[in-house]
Design a protein around this ligand. Sequence first.
Ligand SMILES: [Zn+2]
Ligand SMILES: [Zn+2]
Length: 200
Amino acid sequence: MYDGLTGRYTFSCPAKGEVRVPLSGFRLLERLPGAAHPAVYKITFACACGSDHEGLVTHDDLDWAPLAGADTAFLNLMTSRLEPVSDDFLGEAARRIQSGAWPWSFFCYPEERPRPVFPSAFRLLSPGGEEVGVAVECPACAGTSVNLVSRPHVDVPFYNDRQVGVVEHVFPHDRERALAAFREELFSSTFDASVRRLAA
Ligand SMILES: [Zn+2]
Ligand SMILES: [Zn+2]
């Protein structure tokens, strides 16, 4: 599902067969009702063929696979055996998180502060040249914020833009409809976005 070497998710396309898509190629993320262990997300992604398709990703693959590193083996010189690296990468990721580094973060507009986040909190992504508009449901306050960020900010764990654009807009409770409308306009109109610092 997730290829640690390329940092991409594998989906199927009716025209091209198997395609690999980075997180920034996702367009909509919806948690499916029912399945809880593991939770499953329906992903609408922008395909290289030019169309949008849907695919399913488990919660673990969404949030933890990018932290597990390359799904390959390394030669352990202590044991002279080939061993998988994923556990080491996950251990390293856990240590970095405990020391205060976050794999993903965003600026929560309702709370006026940066917050750590995982990709499962992303709700909508919209491409615009070099920037990506990402709507995030805050895990702390449940408010929705839209940040304008770089692609690596989305695609590369532990890479966080030092500052991001924050759209000054409070989303109503009918968020899905508001976001759908917002998606159309995000990069075509003049929403007020101001710059906020994410990191020192
Ligand atoms: Zn396609
Ligand atoms: Zn918040």
